[in-house]
Write a protein that binds this ligand. Structure first.
Ligand code: ZN
Length: 310
């Protein structure tokens, strides 16, 4: 999920959770590896599952979310060459990817990604420290749930383009779940014609997650023959990753359409500049990021991405 209203709610909830934590003397724990930091509670409403089968003093749930996030990072950046959020113009000043565990009743979703850089003022951080961030629900068990990978894909999108039209953000994030997950592609309806007739474009622009099966997956199928993951040392690292229960994080070597979707994301870096100029935006306000006027510019970027396919 990538929704500013929910993000706002989540920020309020974070404040509320903090107050609750102080009242109940719950302290937040942190688990860090490289630039990824996970913040979690072991008591109170926001507590994670205490199971620690490998007895390393870190709840397995926390380790598994870290593992899936590292695997997503390895897949999208190192194996497939998507933009690295830490290297993009928008997010390069971020020192960390911070992930907070919150109760689903508080988060109102399995996961929520922030699209703006965050000043969390975590203990010990220099004052100007900024982070990119997503939060996951304490109900999410990564070995059976691809929420962390889905949210990481939103960070890739947000690092590259300001467009937040949900048929693009949720549609391609849903497509991306097959990257680590089983199978090459989710369900795919047949596109009636290309370019899409006006009535179908209008219907598409209203979609969110199901834009994947109605649009992105068929498009990926049409432009994605033989899209297995490219071999190399990055793929070998990814294949070696195991959840705490021993199961592999990467389920298979198939993902249809990754070249096309990568082209789309790179084209959108330019597409949002065009929209900004041609639509006369003065800044990337929430309204501008989600404006239906962006849809035509996203479509143009898709056409350019398709023209670049072999
Ligand atoms: Zn999402």
């Amino acid at each position: 999920m990538n929704n500013p209203f929910l993000i706002f709610a989540a920020v309020l909830a974070l404040g509320a959770a903090h107050t609750f934590a102080q009242a109940s003397k719950a302290t937040q724990s942190m688990h860090q590896e490289g630039k990824i930091r996970l913040f979690y509670y072991t008591t109170g409403q926001q507590a994670v599952d205490p199971l620690d089968a490998n007895q390393n003093q870190i709840p397995d749930q926390v380790e598994d979310v870290l593992l899936q996030t590292q695997a997503a990072q390895t897949l999208w950046i190192d194996v497939l060459g998507f933009p690295d959020p830490f290297q993009t113009e928008r997010f390069h000043s971020a020192s960390f990817l911070d992930i907070h565990f919150r109760h689903k009743d508080v988060l109102k979703a399995n996961g929520v990604t922030y699209d703006e850089l965050q000043h969390f003022n975590k203990p010990g951080d220099p004052k100007d420290t900024v982070s990119i961030c997503f939060n996951v629900a304490t109900s999410v068990k990564a070995p059976a749930n691809l929420t962390p990978a889905h949210e990481f894909f939103h960070l890739v999108q947000n690092s590259t383009t300001y467009f937040k039209n949900r048929w693009f953000t949720e549609g391609t994030a849903r497509w991306s779940e097959r990257g680590l997950g089983t199978g090459a592609l989710g369900p795919a309806k047949v596109l009636s014609a290309w370019p899409l007739p006006e009535s179908e474009r209008a219907a598409l622009f209203q979609r969110t997650y199901d834009a994947s099966e109605h649009f992105w997956n068929p498009l990926a199928k049409a432009h994605g023959t033989n899209d297995s993951l490219p071999p190399g040392s990055a793929l070998e690292r990814l294949q070696a990753m195991r959840y705490t229960d021993g199961s592999p994080v990467l389920k298979d070597l198939q993902l249809t359409g990754w070249r096309l979707i990568r082209n789309v994301i790179t084209e959108l870096a330019q597409g949002d500049d065009e929209a900004f100029k041609e639509l006369g935006y003065d800044r990337w306000s929430e309204d501008n990021q989600k404006s239906p006027q962006n849809d035509a510019f996203i479509m143009k970027a898709i056409e350019r991405a398709m023209a670049k396919m072999p």
